[in-house]
Design a protein around this ligand. Structure first.
Ligand SMILES: [Ca+2]
Ligand SMILES: [Ca+2]
Length: 185
């Protein structure tokens, strides 16, 4: 059986698209003598401090192949990827084609390519969340449920990169004549 051989032929990094997002463009080539038809594979994009892929390198994207490739055929694919919050320093982008080994190839150990140069990532400004406009009923009774409304505002210069976080709600008893309360668990 004549097999294909997928490789990442080249890679271009566009810095930055916005905030912590960078653009990655790469060329995948079938340099083998066989077709990749039928077949689906994934190209995984990683951030790495060194030019060697390790399993602990953060995965930035897993991109399915654009189309099948005949011998000597290639395609150009691109993706915008978000760097993990707190990333700072010099990093390589590593792309591995057919990461999950969906395609039987003549050579599997030539599927990983790293960027020609390191990208210099500066720490993005952090967000700063505060709570404002807390509204509670002025009178209620023990055992009753109450409705509390509040707003969360970001007064920092950076965006929140997490979509989900939790707000803790505690209640405090304020002693008469004392403006500072103490927490109740
Ligand atoms: Ca290969
Ligand atoms: Ca393979």
């Amino acid at each position: 059986m004549v097999l294909p051989d997928l490789v990442i032929q080249s890679m271009t990094i566009r810095l930055p698209v916005f905030e912590q997002t960078i653009g990655v463009e790469w060329v995948t080539k079938n340099q083998g003598a066989g077709l990749t038809i039928p077949g689906t594979w994934y190209e995984n994009i990683y951030l790495s401090a060194d030019p060697t892929y390790n399993s602990f390198d953060p995965l930035l994207a897993s991109v399915p192949n654009l189309n099948s490739l005949n011998p000597d055929q290639s395609y150009t694919h691109s993706a915008n990827v978000v760097l993990p919050q707190g990333t700072n320093g010099l990093y390589y982008i590593i792309i591995k084609t057919d990461h999950y080994n969906g395609i039987k190839e003549t050579v599997d150990n030539n599927n990983t390519t790293y960027s020609a140069t390191q990208i210099n990532v500066t720490l993005s400004p952090p967000p700063d969340l505060i709570t404002i406009n807390i509204n509670t009923p002025t009178v209620t009774f023990s055992g009753q449920s109450i409705t509390i409304s509040y707003e969360v505002k970001n007064i920092g210069s950076g965006i929140t990169t997490d979509n989900i976080w939790k707000d803790d709600i505690c209640w405090y008893q304020r002693p008469p004549g004392n403006s500072i309360g103490r927490p109740h668990s």
